[in-house]
Every structure is written in structure tokens, then in C-alpha cells.
Design a protein around this ligand. Structure first.
Ligand SMILES: *Cc1c(COP(=O)(O)O)cnc(C)c1O
Length: 222
């Protein structure tokens, strides 16, 4: 229900503000990205009407459809899903930030598409911070090399790092590790923390949190 969204969004904003205060960080230090995968545009519209500006999506097709339905509303779209090279065309220019760049071929493809549009694309590099075998993200030892490739492509602007730590573990050490990598590479932004752990992420320096179910409720779709 749209009215539930307003209340849940308010509660999440309160918790973000409280976590910022605990961490001695300014309350506007964290961008709340409301992840709406599997939820209809109508619910996202309710969030926008409640003052939400940043929305996240995981699937290229779904982002294109929702960006069409919600055009002209000033949404900052974040692409947070696995990105196949053949979907890059749809996403570049539409997404304000592509958070899931994890290999050089993908980076080069995004650069090429941004050049064709005369644009610069803001990106984050996704890091497989726990070294999980099946998970997306660049392995920490390969991060430097990928960042070098990105730096050599003028249509890419790397803002920082993103990670999805293993669900079953205490996320704090993984958040801390990601923050250390960002510091080591002089990167500003840290996208980390989801519904179950965004406050911990803020304490560890997150500048973007990606919150889905705490705002939109349990997912209906995939
Ligand atoms: C779905 C998703 C989220 C939001 O997850 P919740 O647990 O519902 O808050 C955040 N980040 C990514 C990459 C996701 O796929």
C-alpha cells in the first residue's frame, strides 16, 4: 500500500539519521537508494511523492520500463544488478550510477556507449569482498588493475566501491574491508548495507545504502 511506503520510508530515514549521529557523521552524508526490484511503478511513485529521489533496479529491462513510467520526475536511477555486456546500451545514460562494474570488458563497453552519447557515466566498482566463489565482483587483489583500466577511459567516472557481503555472516568486517580498499585507492563513495544491516554499514562509512524490503515490503517478483 502506498500509505505504508510513506511510513516505512520515514522510519528508514530516521534510522539512517540516528546511525549518522552515532557515527559522528552529518545526516546528509548517506544517499538512500530505494531498491524497487519486483515492485510495480505505482509503489515507486508513492516513494517519490514522499520525497525519495534515488531508486535502484537490478534488471535492465525493468529499469527501462520503470524509467519510462516515471520519466520527468527527476529520479536518480542506480543500476545495482549484474550487467551483461549486451544490456549496456540500454543502461548507459539512463542510470545516474552503474554500481556493478566488475571487469574491464564491461568497463570498456560502458565507456564506448557513453562516448557515443557524448556523456560521462558515473560508476562504482563491485568488489567480491568475501571472496565467494559464485559471486559477482572483482577480487580484491585485482581491484587496482581494474581501476587502472577505468582511469584510462575518459567516459567513465569511478565514484567508489560497492559490495554485497554474504547474507549469513556478520557484515561489519566486510564493510570495514571495503572501506579500507576505498581509502587505499583514494575513492570517495561506498555503497554498502541493505535492509538488514544498513545501520552497521553507515557506522563503517557507507555513503550509499541500498534498501529494498524495509521500504517496499517483501518482494513479489524475482
Ligand atoms: C535487492 C537488493 C538490495 C535490497 O535488498 P533488501 O534486503 O530488500 O533491502 C540491495 N542491493 C542489491 C544489489 C539488491 O539486489
Amino acid at each position: 500500500m502506498p500509505s505504508d511506503i510513506v511510513a516505512r520510508l520515514g522510519a528508514v530515514r530516521e534510522r539512517i539519521a540516528a546511525a549518522c549521529r552515532r557515527a559522528g557523521r552529518p545526516e546528509d552524508a548517506v544517499e538512500l537508494v530505494a531498491v524497487g526490484k519486483g515492485h510495480p511503478s505505482g509503489l515507486l511513485r508513492a516513494a517519490l511523492q514522499a520525497g525519495q529521489r534515488s531508486l535502484g533496479e537490478n534488471y535492465a529491462q525493468e529499469l527501462v520500463a520503470k524509467a519510462g513510467a516515471l520519466s520527468g520526475l527527476g529520479v536518480r536511477w542506480h543500476f545495482v544488478g549484474g550487467l551483461q555486456r549486451n544490456k549496456v546500451r540500454k543502461i548507459v545514460g539512463l542510470a545516474t550510477v552503474i554500481q556493478t562494474v566488475d571487469d574491464s570488458a564491461l568497463a570498456v563497453e560502458i565507456d564506448r556507449r557513453a562516448a557515443a552519447l557524448g556523456a560521462v557515466q558515473d560508476i562504482l566498482v563491485q568488489v567480491n569482498v568475501a571472496g565467494e566463489p559464485q559471486k559477482s565482483g572483482v577480487a580484491p587483489p585485482d581491484l587496482g588493475r581494474l581501476l587502472d583500466v577505468i582511469a584510462g577511459h575518459g567516459r567513465l567516472r569511478c565514484l567508489g566501491l560497492m559490495a554485497i557481503p554474504p547474507e549469513s555472516e556478520n557484515a561489519r568486517p566486510h564493510f570495514r574491508a571495503l572501506a579500507a580498499l576505498a581509502t587505499a585507492h583514494g575513492l570517495r563513495d561506498l555503497s554498502m548495507g541493505m535492509s538488514q544491516d544498513f545501520e552497521v554499514a553507515i557506522e563503517e562509512g557507507a555513503t550509499m545504502v541500498r534498501v529494498g524490503s524495509a521500504i517496499f515490503g517483501p518482494r513479489l517478483g524475482p
